[in-house]
Design a protein. Structure first.
Length: 366
């Protein structure tokens, strides 16, 4: 029972990701009324769970390099700090990054534990916060121009185009949801991997590892978040930066899906290594940043007209403050969990912080 209590923060973080980041997959489709919300929620939930369980291991390794949380109580508080940060931003209807929140929370744990943060791993992760939206904007810019040229040449009837667009939004959205689950499950359950509390299960001749069970629970939590709280953020993403047509929404989802896949695919990494080509880092990138980059690319393809820079600035400010807020919450929460609730949050010796009562007692004996 205590294990489930500790895992609850990871489940809360998964719910927060579903309410915020996962909404980006179908936000543009729902806001343009091409796909009904509940249709989008069902498709996204199914494929995000599949992506988490089947392909979720790749990005978790990178987070482990940043900081290997070595006690389940510490993992609980790190995940809770990230979840509280994401939930707070979600309440403000801001498409905040779960990736940034968990990175900030892990850095806060490193500071509390007296451990050195791997600067190389941190730089590798942070570089994707800049690279991924730029890459998404480039994809959507190119796809928009290609799509425009195709429509001019083929002259597809408006009703047929509408039907193709609706089908495309669902199919590509399913691909995007799978990529999101594969890429971002590390944010939800990654801190619990090194202290995974589950034993392997044999089910119908198949062995299911403890880590896969963690990823399944995290994927289900994301699905619940999609159903219960994602609609508000979907409308913010779809309408807040640039007003989109249904065809533009299709391009946004396609661009976002490709970028998420590129940063999550171990198969692609293996293929690139086999051909002596530079690899793309397997890093949990922010789907919020990617979708905003995709939407911005559409705006740039229109010559920059219609871009709501005030709303864009508001969203960007959330990205800047998220890791800082998460790190502070993580540090303070770890202090209280260890010194007030007497839970060991760090296995190895590092910087320990005595409570005021302990300090007074120590001075008396001194």
């Amino acid at each position: 029972m205590l294990i489930l209590l500790f895992l609850s923060s990871g489940l809360f973080l998964g719910w927060s990701l579903g309410a915020n980041d996962a909404s980006n997959i179908f936000g543009t489709a729902v806001s343009t009324r091409m796909v009904k919300f509940y249709t989008a929620a069902i498709v996204a939930s199914i494929f995000v769970v599949l992506g988490a369980v089947v392909s979720g291991a790749g990005t978790t390794h990178t987070l482990g390099k940043l900081g290997a949380v070595d006690m389940i109580a510490g993992a609980f508080m790190v995940a809770l700090a990230a979840a509280v940060t994401v939930f707070w931003m979600t309440r403000l209807s801001l498409p905040v990054s779960t990736s940034q929140a968990i990175v900030g929370a892990i850095v806060g744990w490193n500071m509390f534990a007296g451990k050195t943060t791997d600067i190389h791993a941190l730089t590798k992760i942070a570089s994707t916060w800049v690279m991924s939206p730029i890459l998404a904007a480039a994809f959507s810019f190119i796809f928009f121009l290609l799509f425009k040229k195709i429509l001019e040449v083929w002259k597809i009837h408006i009703f047929r185009l509408d039907a193709y667009t609706r089908i495309g939004l669902i199919v590509i959205g399913a691909f995007g949801a799978y990529s999101l689950g594969a890429n971002n499950i590390g944010n939800v359950m990654g801190v619990f991997v090194s202290v995974a509390p589950f034993q392997s299960l044999d089910l119908m001749g198949m062995s299911i590892s403890g880590v896969s069970q963690l990823f399944l629970l995290g994927g289900l939590a994301i699905a619940v978040g999609i159903f219960t709280y994602s609609k508000r953020v979907m409308l913010t993403v779809g309408e807040g930066v640039v007003k989109l047509t249904p065809q533009s929404a299709l391009i946004v989802v396609l661009s976002q899906s490709i970028v998420l896949f590129l940063f999550a695919s171990k198969g692609l990494e293996t293929w690139l290594l086999g051909h002596n080509l530079p690899t793309i880092p397997l890093v949990p990138v922010s789907s919020s940043q990617v979708v905003i980059g995709s939407v911005l690319g559409i705006g740039l393809a229109h010559g920059g007209r219609g871009i709501r820079f005030k709303q864009l600035g508001k969203i960007a400010s959330g990205w800047v403050t998220t890791p800082i807020i998460a790190a502070v919450i993580s540090f303070i929460s770890l202090f209280f969990l260890q010194n007030v609730f007497d839970q060991q949050v760090v296995k190895s010796a590092g910087h320990t912080f005595n409570s005021p009562i302990e300090m007074i007692e120590s001075n008396k004996h001194g």
